[in-house]
Design a protein around this ligand. Structure first.
Ligand code: ZN
Length: 453
């Protein structure tokens, strides 16, 4: 089989509680009617349908080696905690959104006589009236103000709550150091990009939104390239996997999946959390497989391979380039709408110059509303990709039992509500509920016969 090169699949979104392999539980399966999609073999490409037909001696060697998996199960107590954790985070999503909307609105209230313009005038008075310097200083001040104002909220969500649910392994000063690093990363991203953005607005006139959309897409590609080598190391340690039997099994799986793996790394998640995760990350020369140590140490080898096969499924279906096209198109529409909304609100607020950086909160407000309105559509698309990747994992590993136990173990370790309310799932979740994923695996098992090869 001709190998295809790995593209990025960055899943390690630290602010996204839905890990790439989203969790759900075991008991849920008994209660839920499996409304999940039953995948048909006719959907599958014959080219890779055969790749999972045989587990090579290499993989057998790895999977029959030590199995140190902890006894992570979803008993009733853990299930109740997962539901409570989910409920709290649903409310926090709303709180988060409202806080930001209120903060941005407050900054733009009273237009040129409001807080945002006052801040810019202050900078121009005390620092410089040079447009580039004043713009950069203004953006830096806004980022810093956001980090400071939201610090208590972030502490509650990212530290207190994670400790309450026994998910975090961080000390308070380590958490604070991460906040500091996040602040620096935001400065490094927002100040130059925001400055360029407003230059676009001045230089491109009425067509600024098209330039901004193109710039945004370009930024997404660059971010994908530098993420594993520049940003990820700021927050997590990683080192090449040295377990030769695991390496051989990964390479074997990659070969059978038609994926070319450039590097396999052990990601030190356990220094911060008990949650498990895995990812394909990077672009071009930075492409690599990242396996959380929480995954490697607490999951069986068979389960690890199922998780990996899921990631390879994203590659096989070229989900990343496809999603880039969709988000690119969405960016063009979003920027155009932002332009319209900004012009309308500026007229309402009596703002004469939209290319002034003090309108930044207005721009964020317009983009945020657009992002929230399109969130269900983007999530529906993401869930479709996840279902395809799940099916790929089942077809290539032919080990539905390991797939199901991996899902259950992820739900247990990450405290994922296995059965969220359908409306919440439709609105907010980028992955199908684990109940649906397990039901789909059981349906696949029933249709194809069980028995790992
Ligand atoms: Zn996935």
């Amino acid at each position: 089989m001709k190998n295809r090169r790995v593209t990025i699949k960055k899943i390690s979104r630290t602010n996204d509680r839905a890990a790439d392999i989203q969790q759900n539980n075991g008991p849920l399966i008994r209660r839920r009617s499996p409304s999940a999609q039953v995948f048909s073999i006719s959907e599958l490409s014959p080219r890779w349908r055969q790749t999972g037909a045989r587990m090579s001696a290499t993989t057998k060697c790895y999977t029959s080696a030590m199995s140190t998996a902890n006894d992570l199960t979803l008993d009733n107590k853990r299930l109740e905690r997962a539901r409570r954790y989910d409920r709290i985070h649903n409310w926090l999503f709303l709180v988060d959104l409202l806080l930001i909307l209120v903060a941005l609105s407050a900054m733009m209230y009273r237009g040129e006589r409001g807080v945002s313009f006052a801040l810019l005038r202050l900078i121009e008075h005390h620092l410089s009236t040079h447009r580039w310097i004043a713009t950069a200083a203004y953006l830096g001040a806004v980022v810093t103000g956001y980090v400071v104002a939201f610090l208590p909220y972030h502490w509650f969500k990212g530290y207190y709550l994670e400790h309450q649910f026994q998910l975090s392994t961080q000390r308070w000063y380590q958490w604070l150091a991460d906040e500091l690093k996040s602040w620096l990363v935001m400065l490094a991203v927002v100040v130059p990009l925001g400055s360029l953005w407003y230059w676009f607005m001045r230089a491109a006139g009425a067509w600024w939104w098209l330039w901004a959309a193109a710039g945004w897409i370009f930024f997404q590609v660059i971010l994908g390239m530098v993420f594993p080598v520049l940003i990820l190391p700021l927050f997590y340690r990683s080192r090449p996997v040295e377990d030769t039997s695991l390496l051989a099994a990964v390479e074997d799986l990659a070969r059978r999946c038609g994926v070319r793996v450039l590097g396999v790394y052990r990601l030190g998640l356990s220094a911060k959390t008990r949650k498990a995760n895995a990812a394909l990350a990077g672009l071009g020369a930075t492409k690599r497989v990242l396996l959380g140590d929480t995954l490697l140490d607490h999951f069986t080898p068979q389960e690890v391979l199922c998780v990996l096969a899921h990631e390879f499924g994203h590659y096989w279906h070229a989900h990343l380039p496809k999603l880039l096209v969709v988000t690119g198109a969405s960016a063009v529409v979003g920027m155009w709408l932002a332009d319209r909304v900004m012009r309308a609100l500026a007229a309402l607020l009596g703002i004469s110059d939209l290319t002034c950086v003090a309108t930044f909160p207005l721009l964020l407000l317009a983009l945020l509303v657009f992002a929230v309105l399109t969130l269900p559509c983007m999530n529906a698309l993401a869930r479709h990709c996840e279902r395809r990747a799940d099916l790929f994992a089942l077809e290539t590993t032919r080990d539905p039992d390991a797939f199901i136990s991996a899902m259950t173990r992820l739900a247990a370790s990450n405290l994922s509500n296995p059965e969220p309310h359908p409306l919440i799932e439709w609105l907010l979740h980028s992955h199908p509920s684990i109940a649906r994923r397990i039901a789909a695996a059981r349906a696949w098992q029933a249709a194809r016969g069980s028995g790992a090869i």
